[in-house]
Design a protein around this ligand. Structure first.
Ligand SMILES: Cc1cc2nc3c(=O)[nH]c(=O)nc-3n(C[C@H](O)[C@H](O)[C@H](O)COP(=O)(O)O)c2cc1C
Length: 388
């Protein structure tokens, strides 16, 4: 399974084409719309999220509520496009004022300057329109399709926020993933710990007041993946590596860890590795899950636990110094409309990209073409692991 996306932030629409989704999977627009709505929520988001309510239009690959096995095309309209028709026109324009409104002041921390140097753009709108995280809308849409596959085979995915602006949630103490999802869904910052959540909102308010931005850490947990998914035989078949790449591919994500992650550098091996146990009911299992569900790029059968760190958003109302690419004069970087903190929304994006990688691995390992056969094959693999 793979997907591509296209679309500019203020262009007419965003598009995703998903290839390799198995046939026979129930899929309706509402499955996707519910995830798009989750991405738009979150304390600290700017005005755009209030202007636009994202809805998907499925234009290919689905008939009578079921996938066909052919490429699936998903389209999300940018409702704000009506205000950008001249600036974002596909055809050449002769409106001098719009041409003059070009962006020449690169923002430190964004892709503006690098993109301009790379593609030779003198108007950095040509860069920022695509490097904007608006694109993550259709990645969430693709992730919603992946989640449908995972649901069918008994795999659950939940993303949540564990840190914002230096405020850290206390250690998770949830009884089930459903409980974690229910609580975080009600939190404006998607945090399981209400006290920390309150402090996170205060930190966001303060950042906003100061014209600044703050980052944080999100965690994604995947339960129900059988042991043996992924592979150790090639670098590009290691599932933990694919998930790590997917997390770092999210705009503003700068690091990733599994299980106890970087803490492993500070502990002896005896306090890092997970002891192996066996029982007739469960088969092989682990006493702990410090590895976060992977050994050798292959799932252990324990939950996948992956965290990603998001840097503060680069667009600041209190601008950092930059240099105008036309005049070469030092300048305070220009302000595009911006959020002060997008960590809660980013946890929904993280959930989506992880869901995609896990679903792609499941489909490639257990069947490919038909969801019913994938279900049978994965059940067989689960039974086999128990009896091994
Ligand atoms: C959900 C989400 C929303 C974002 N919103 C903004 C924003 O409003 N303004 C901004 O400057 N950057 C925002 N970003 C981050 C930029 O898109 C990102 O920093 C930029 O593309 C440069 O890429 P890099 O930070 O990965 O190097 C957002 C990121 C995510 C995941």
């Amino acid at each position: 399974m793979r997907y591509l996306t296209a679309g500019e932030s203020h262009g007419p629409q965003l598009t995703a084409i998903l290839e390799g989704v198995p046939a026979g999977l129930e899929l309706r627009a509402e499955h996707i719309n519910k995830e798009l709505a989750r991405r738009q929520k979150g304390y600290g988001r700017g005005r755009r999220m209030q202007i636009e309510k994202d809805v998907v239009n499925i234009t290919a690959g689905v008939r009578h509520g079921k996938t066909l096995g052919s490429p699936i095309a998903l389209v999300v309209e940018n409702r704000d496009f009506k205000h950008w028709q001249t600036i974002m026109a596909v055809e050449p324009i002769d409106d001098e004022t719009e041409i003059k409104r070009k962006v020449t002041r690169p923002r430190p921390g964004h892709a503006d300057l690098n993109g301009a140097l790379k593609y030779g753009h003198r108007d950095m709108r040509n860069v920022l329109e695509r490097s904007s995280a608006r694109e993550t809308t259709v990645r969430v849409a693709a992730g919603a399709v992946a989640k449908r596959i995972l649901e069918e085979v008994g795999i659950r995915v939940a993303g949540h926020v564990i840190e914002i602006g230096g405020v850290r949630a206390k250690k998770l103490d949830y009884r089930s993933l459903e409980e974690l999802q229910a609580v975080t869904e009600e939190s404006p910052v998607r945090c399981f710990d209400p006290e920390a959540g309150q402090k996170m909102m205060e930190a966001i308010d303060l950042a906003k007041k100061n014209g600044d931005s703050i980052g944080g850490i999100v965690e994604v947990i995947v339960e129900g993946v059988p042991a043996g998914v992924g592979s150790y035989v090639h670098y590009d078949r290691k599932l933990d590596a694919k998930i790590a790449a997917a997390i770092v591919s999210i705009n503003a994500f700068k690091g990733v860890e599994f299980g106890i992650g970087f803490e492993a550098a500070r502990r002896p091996g005896s306090e890092v590795h997970d002891e192996i146990i066996w029982s007739p009911e469960q088969g092989f299992s682990r006493r702990t899950n410090r590895a976060g569900g992977f050994e050798g790029g292959v799932t252990t059968g324990m939950p996948i636990v992956v965290r990603g760190v998001m840097k503060p958003i680069p667009t600041l109302y209190k601008p950092l110094q930059s240099v105008d690419i036309d005049t070469k004069e030092p300048f305070a970087a220009s302000i595009e409309r911006s959020d002060s903190c997008a960590v809660p929304a980013a946890s929904v994006v993280a959930e989506a990209v992880v869901a995609w990688e896990v679903a792609a691995a499941i489909v490639s390992q257990f069947g490919q073409d038909r969801i019913d056969l994938i279900k049978e094959n994965i059940e067989r693999a689960r039974r086999y692991a128990k009896e091994f």
